[in-house]
Design a binder for this molecule. Structure first.
Ligand SMILES: [Zn+2]
Length: 519
């Protein structure tokens, strides 16, 4: 028997590493301006009325004479992406242009803030004050999201596995480590709530990204489940089923996919409800997330891109993040997350193409491609959720089909489902946050593609076409009649590589969309 890979625990303790990682930066909303103790002040300016605006900043920053040098006015016009640095003794002022007011669409503001965040050095001893662009009430939530989440997500760099001293961020990382201090400033305290909401969600999202970036030899089903148990905030109930209980509950699809692994499969169930009586009694919103720790493809072995298969658990991490965010934000309502956690490996015990497996709901599935494993584990979890929680809405998410990535060139997640108002709500929320989500059809005729010669249903389509739609179509067979259900595929937007806006690695996208859309 193959021995489990082990890395010295004292060096790579997951819990401790993740704690250190989350302490890298501290984020805070302030409504009282100060100059001392801040290395860099960042101002976003539009080209309209720029001189007046710069005079205002000169006064705010107590520039001698109340004005910046003439040259500075001449060399900065506030055009989109334009930037200028000016020093006042030790204090750095960074001006960033976002174009003409009204002309700069909000998506560009989000991109710009992510880019500024990414380019802001993460030294462990830097401090930044970001002067938020406000405006009228309409659209303020989006505007704050773009700036606050934009900066925090852009600034985040995963370097938890690098040896100290080789970290590009240059921080020391040991005891007594200082963190970067980041202040979001707006002169009115009224924005405190909304700024803090996005700080909370972005921090959780960065935690989800770190989990996604961890390789299988550090994050396996055991360590992942242990981590979730400890990292869930107060008020979240955690229950875990492993092999024996999964078997008792008929979740043979989850077990089959994990058959090739020496680590037991898991189904993590997280429950949170708001403190009020109504919340505890209502039907829950159920969130199901695909947690394939590692996907080799099984015997239908992947021939490329295998190193990126550690990201295949991001669906489960995102749903963990949604529940965690609701708990930290003390949202009213009731939420349940189901996270099936497996590894899809090759071994003499692994499941095979052609196997017929009886699912929890009784439907017998002919496995027609061992690399189409995500839909199998989701199917059993969906079925369990229908039986045990009678959801008012069920949402599933995962990195499911390569097709989803090709279709939108990695620019958008895709959505489909049987409840149009919920699909529309998630899509609208996603578009407003620039976590793009776009709908695909789920016409009944796609079911024909799943007809099996030997069992009740095939796991992949006969035609080999419309792969992304077929996943949703397959899953629809496991949703109990009358239950509102939405399916999301994030295979195209799960990680970034070579992006001007984010450091390389997992993105955790759609998390904030789902928190807002299910609030
Ligand atoms: Zn796969």
């Amino acid at each position: 028997m193959k021995k489990m890979k082990k890395i010295s625990k004292s060096k790579l303790n997951l819990q401790k590493m993740m704690e250190r990682e989350s302490e890298k930066c501290s984020y805070q909303f302030v409504w009282k301006h100060r100059i001392s103790g801040i290395d860099t002040h960042i101002f976003f300016l539009c080209s309209h009325g720029i001189k007046r605006e710069m005079d205002r900043i000169a006064k705010l920053m107590r520039v001698p004479g109340g004005k910046f040098p003439k040259k500075l006015y001449e060399s900065f016009g506030g055009l989109y992406g334009e930037s200028l640095t000016h020093y006042l003794d030790e204090t750095r002022i960074l001006f960033v242009g976002y174009g003409k007011e009204g002309e700069c669409d909000m998506e560009r503001l989000y991109d710009l803030c992510r880019q500024v965040g990414k380019e802001s050095e993460c030294s462990g001893k830097s401090s930044y004050m970001i002067h938020l662009v406000g405006g009228d009430k309409k659209g303020i939530q989006e505007k704050i999201h773009h700036q606050v989440s934009g900066f925090i997500l852009g600034h985040y760099r995963f370097d938890l596995l690098k040896s100290e001293g080789l970290k590009e961020s240059g921080r020391k990382g040991r005891k007594g480590e200082k963190s970067d201090q980041i202040y979001f400033y707006y002169p009115k305290a009224s924005l405190k709530g909304v700024v803090e909401k996005f700080i909370t969600m972005s921090r959780v999202q960065n935690e989800v990204r770190a989990l996604g970036n961890l390789p299988q030899n550090i994050l396996n089903a055991d360590s992942y489940i242990n981590y979730i148990k400890k990292a869930c905030p107060k008020g979240v109930k955690v229950r875990v089923m492993r092999n024996a209980e999964l078997k008792k509950n008929g979740m043979n699809l989850i077990l089959a996919v994990n058959q090739g692994s020496e680590v037991e499969a898991g189904l993590v169930i997280l429950e949170y409800s708001g403190k009020d009586k109504g919340s505890r009694k209502e039907k829950p919103t159920v969130l199901v997330g695909k947690g394939v720790i590692y996907d080799t493809g099984g015997y239908d072995l992947k021939t490329r891109g295998m190193a990126d298969m550690k990201y295949d658990m991001l669906g489960s991490a995102v749903m963990y993040g949604v529940i965690k965010s609701h708990a930290l934000l003390k949202s009213p309502g009731r939420y349940v997350a189901l996270l099936p956690i497996v590894e899809n490996l090759v071994s003499s015990r692994a499941y095979l193409s052609g196997d017929v497996i009886e699912s929890r709901c009784g439907l017998r599935v002919e496995v027609t491609d061992t690399d189409a494993e995500g839909r199998l584990i989701l199917a059993d979890a969906i079925c369990y959720a229908c039986d045990h929680f009678t959801p008012k809405l069920m949402i599933d998410i995962g990195t499911l089909s390569g097709d989803a990535g090709y279709m939108f060139a990695n620019k958008s997640a895709l959505i489909m489902g049987n409840h149009h108002p919920s699909v529309q709500r998630i899509m609208d929320t996603g578009m407003s946050l620039h976590e793009k989500v776009w709908e695909l059809p789920m016409w009944a005729e796609y079911q024909d593609d799943l007809r099996s010669d030997v069992a009740d249903i095939r796991s992949t389509g006969i035609s080999g076409k419309a792969g992304a739609i077929i996943v949703g179509t397959f899953l629809s067979n496991f949703v109990k009649k009358g239950i509102n259900w939405v399916h999301l595929d994030i295979a195209g937007v799960d990680y970034a590589r070579g992006s001007p806006y984010l450091h390389n690695g997992a993105k955790g996208e759609i998390l904030q969309t789902l928190v807002l859309a299910t609030s």
